[in-house]
Design a protein around this ligand. Sequence first.
Ligand code: ATP
Length: 269
Amino acid sequence: MSPGATRADPEGPLPPIIAAMGEPAGGPLLEVRNLTVRYGKAIRALDDVDLTVAEGTATTVLGANGAGKTTLLRAITGLLGFHDGAVAGGSIALRGERIDGADPARIVRSGIAQVMEGRRVLGDLTIEENLLVGATTAPRRADLRARIAASYEMFPVLGDRRGDQAGLLSGGQQQMLAMARALMTEPTLLILDEPSLGLAPLIAEQIRDSIIALRDAGTTVLLVEQNAAMALSIADEAVVLRNGRVALAGPAAELAGNSSVHDMYLGTS
Ligand code: ATP
């Protein structure tokens, strides 16, 4: 499917929205084609899923519990094998190079960084030490100081507290640190898994603003969220999964503007 098209849910009717979309900002960076994933022999968690993330854009993957969002991320980052899962069909390519089936370390080296759900900063280390740890897999080490300085510019609170233990930061600040740490590798694609989870609404808004700033600064973002309103307010493009299939895909602004999308596909209103 072209990134400009929408796709009907084979299991139900489509709301009459989401017509033509504008051209994406850049060429395709990540291309997932006809992806089918199984856990064990019996569970088909993704079925014939397509997703295109254009360079320099933010794309969000939405869906209710169990829709397949985490499975899609595991497939992209090469982590399915740790969960008794495997790609059973289709392909995943980053800038035209197949990465499905590659080992996770190679996928990280190819330029994909993921901020895991739950943030997972190293609580006993200082903020600056967390950033340095994040840089250990960076392809280029020389401009480490410059990248740390850029992190503090993007997230001033991290600079103000650079010598503090990361475990003392608030949830929102830890999310900022997790994002800054992932950015230390200068990723081609930054994957964010539920960045607003467990955060107070005001803090979630700060995180949203940070993600928008990252995208505007040129980072390509793939965002998985259960908070559909927040995700759609950030993203350029959106894909809604339902029962492991693409139920809808189109410009985020158009999905956001249609309440039946929320009712029918996201379990919210
Ligand atoms: P949530 O938002 O609740 O995390 P999700 O959209 O991320 O949901 P997945 O976790 O990808 O959904 O789950 C998709 C389907 O695959 C579900 O039916 C789930 O039960 C199943 N599943 C996920 N992980 C495994 C596993 N390790 N073994 C077997 N089945 C799994």
